[in-house]
Design a protein around this ligand. Sequence first.
Ligand code: SAH
Length: 218
Amino acid sequence: MESYQAERERMVKYQIEARGIKDKRVIKAMQSVPRHLFLPKESWSYAYGDSPVRIGRGQTISQPYIVALMTELLEVQEAHRVLDVGTGSGYQAAILGELAAEVHTIERHPELAETARQHLIDLGYQNIHVHVGDGTLGYPPAAFYDRIIAAASAPRVPDPLLQQLAEGGRLVLPVGSRFSQHLEVWTRQGEKFKKSNSIPVVFVPLIGEAGWDGDDPD
Ligand code: SAH
């Protein structure tokens, strides 16, 4: 089977390092996770391009640079327990699985969750747990989380996600209107939550009780 190692090296060099990502652990994870294996075979040739790729149910696997940027902003450490909201293809979860002790990832579409789970099992990840449900409510059974990341955008930060952050925890997610957002980085100190804004981005909507109303196209 093709390994796409050369494509992956180029992706990291020109899309990620060239744009200022410096965290060595993030770079190593992006070099090692076989991104194409999270896509259907007919899309493998697009896997290492500089853009999102469609994965069905109107959803996309995020652009490689955005995955790297959000993961760097998250500052994941080896002992951490992480919650990933919006499993999609499972690629972001795999990157987190390389960096953290334990990853919980939650997806509202059961069929996307099942495909992602299968890909993660095939690759041998034993520290990643895939759940089906409304991730705007977090995933209470495994709370608290040292880190929380969402790859879909909310009109405002969902309160359940802040509440499920551990002491000193950090949350990265896109917040804004349906069509344009900023990455927000939240940190928790006791009952105090602090926010800083990062770059403008465009994500698919986070649909759920503490997110947007509505449904996705099939
Ligand atoms: N991290 C993904 C990108 C997924 S795109 C990857 O690496 O491939 C965002 C995903 O969030 C979509 O799959 C969408 O179905 C999901 N989503 C949207 N609202 C959600 C919610 N309330 N709970 C869980 N998942 C949600």
